[in-house]
Ligand binder design. Structure first.
Ligand code: 13P
Length: 252
């Protein structure tokens, strides 16, 4: 049974005090997760260790929001997967649309990051998604399939099953404009089909595909209930205790 994941992406938000009280609030809600239900918190680098100490319950994990493609060396300002591994971090968000747009991260560069993360046993939460103009042109399925093909399809069948995919239509990020649950399901089914064509149905069926883009407490349950939607990657609503607690409880 593939994992159902409520993933928080804090992005570049919160001071340390606010970050601590957000995590305290979530911990004190005492939601116990078991089996294939997971909660993941992608926090800014300076808070990784604090978050790791606060979030210790079963099936709760801390993620980094990025990493560099090299093991170590003279790369001022970058963070290696070796550093993340030394902090026992198990997940890293890669290829978020904000990194693609503001830091020119390409599909081939992301393939390198995926490789090094897997080498260090850190699970990439690999983001993909189309802009509004691509959606309006109706070419979104091919566009997103290409993101997967160019960054992930060099992986073996064993390794591709270690990846978590997050489909985040750019036009739905931070806009309050969610994809409808039908639009999310349609894209997720299309991606699973692309994965199945390359790796077979069984492998494709094991890969979690999260939806991201204006997920909140009030719409999470409906979006997550779609058969190919395996939870969400949540920005704004993950910064509010009650919102994110409800989102975790909305996993199917
Ligand atoms: P919002 O939930 O704020 O739309 O952000 C989505 C996102 O980018 C998560 O990675």
């Amino acid at each position: 049974m593939r994992k159902q994941i409520a993933a928080a992406n804090w992005k570049m938000n919160l001071t340390i005090d606010k970050a601590e009280s957000l995590l305290d609030g979530i911990v004190s809600a005492g939601i116990s997760l078991s089996g294939n239900h997971l909660a993941v918190f992608a926090v800014p680098f300076p808070y990784l260790q604090m978050a790791q100490q606060k979030i210790s319950a079963t099936n709760y994990f801390i993620a980094a929001q990025n990493c560099y493609s090299k093991k170590s060396g003279a790369y001022t300002g970058e963070t290696s997967v070796e550093m993340l591994q030394s902090l026992h971090i198990k997940y890293v968000v890669l290829g978020h649309s904000e990194r693609r747009e503001y830091f020119q991260e390409s599909n081939s560069f992301l393939a390198e990051k995926v490789n090094i993360a897997l080498e260090y046993n850190i699970t990439p939460i690999f983001c993909c998604g189309e802009s509004l103009s691509i959606r309006e042109a109706g070419t979104q399925n091919d566009f997103v399939a290409k993101q997967l093909q160019e960054s992930l399809f060099h992986l073996s069948a064993t390794d591709i099953q270690k990846i978590v995919i997050a489909y985040e239509p750019i036009w739905a990020i931070g806009t309050g404009k969610t994809a409808t649950s039908e639009q999310a399901q349609e894209m997720h089914a299309s991606l699973r089909n692309v994965l199945a064509e390359k790796y077979g149905k069984e492998v494709a069926g094991n890969i979690s595909i999260l939806y991201g883009g204006s997920v909140k407490a009030s719409n999470a349950k409906e979006i997550f209930s779609q058969p190919d939607v395996d939870g969400g990657l949540v920005g704004g609503a993950s910064l509010i205790v009650d919102e994110f607690v409800t989102i975790i409880k909305s996993l199917k």
